[in-house]
Design a protein around this ligand. Structure first.
Ligand code: PYC
Length: 319
């Protein structure tokens, strides 16, 4: 039996997003934050097959999209990649909004999307740029020192921006595409060391995104350039919306960036997100929470149908 999924592809600053428009039934019960297990169990094989080879590649981020069920929302979205489900995805949200606009399903203005880690608001401007008001973000731990075998010592912050990040100010190797293999292996080794030492996000959550940042390597006019290694060992071609949000949370906590000030975050490929935050609130535990926004643009690259054979269920790529 053949299954068909309609899709629309885009890229946001070089990072691709594949939106699945239909074919993944909306779970009958609960809110989207409760759907992880059911989606993984019933449709994980299909999502994995939609983004991985031979239909996609390791760098493709997928978005299972469900149209609005309430009048004040633009729909529900669950992001995923080559190895599993994600929390939020900033570049993917920009890609989703531009894709829905391309299909005539969404007009310029403010739209609310539900994700498993909270609601996000996306403002589609008349010029096509999208401002994403991401989930509240914060720094969990500052100056976490680790010794990575073969690479030496690193100090980084653990922060949440919709996914978990370990963010390192990295002056050693240039953040440049010509260094992508070296940076990939370094980030992978850092992640392995974090795991080996039991360094996690809140509630034991795995830190599955590593972000190297350098002001030195940024182009004039930009504040910093980053290299972000995602959970499936692919590096983000965009400046990473959730990674930029996590970074903004650290900058806010350190008093380096004030509310409303713009932070120009460049990616390793040279694409840029503009970031800022609205307000910073310190909770009873002394944690500084921000409401971050990132602005960027996306381009639609393809629309079509993916065909699957039910027999592929047995070859679940996320297993
Ligand atoms: O833009 O948040 C992001 C993102 C997460 C993983 C890849 N891109």
């Amino acid at each position: 039996m053949t299954r068909t999924l309609r899709f629309i592809d885009s890229h946001t600053g070089g990072e691709p997003t594949r939106v699945l428009l239909e074919g993944i039934p909306r779970p009958a019960r609960g809110r989207i934050r409760e759907w992880y297990q059911e989606i993984r169990r019933e449709y994980g094989w299909l999502l994995a097959a939609a983004v991985n080879e031979p239909r996609g590649s390791d760098i493709l981020v997928g978005a299972a999209y469900w149209p609005p069920t309430e009048s004040d929302m633009a729909g529900e979205v669950m992001f995923f990649n080559n190895v599993g489900l994600l929390g939020m995805c900033g570049h993917g949200t920009i890609g989703l909004v531009v894709s829905l606009a391309h299909l005539g399903r969404l007009a310029p203005g403010l739209h609310t999307l539900h994700t498993p880690v909270g609601n996000v608001r996306a403002f589609l401007r008349e010029d096509g740029r999208v401002r994403v008001q991401n989930v509240p973000s914060y720094r969990h731990r500052k100056n976490v020192a680790i010794d990575v075998p073969g690479y030496g010592g690193f100090i980084g912050d653990v922060a949440w921006g919709g996914n978990w990040f370990y963010i390192v100010e990295h002056g050693q190797d240039r953040i440049d595409l010509s260094n992508r293999d070296l940076l990939t292996e370094l980030c992978w080794a850092i992640r392995g060391e974090l795991r080996a030492r039991g360094i996690t996000g809140r509630d034991g959550a795995e830190i599955d995104h590593i972000e190297l940042s350098s002001a030195r390597d940024a182009a004039p006019g930009n504040d910093a350039k980053n290299f972000v290694l995602c959970s499936g060992k692919a590096y983000d071609r965009s400046p990473c919306g959730t990674g930029t949000s996590a970074r903004l949370a650290c900058l806010a906590a350190d008093g380096v960036l004030g509310a409303g000030q713009t932070w120009r975050q460049e990616s390793v490929t040279g694409s840029v997100f503009e970031g800022n935050y609205e307000s910073c609130t310190v909770d009873d535990d002394g944690v500084a929470w921000i409401k971050p926004s990132i602005t960027g643009s996306a381009q639609v690259t393809a629309v079509g149908e993916l065909l699957f054979d039910e027999a592929e269920r047995a070859a679940d790529r996320w297993a």
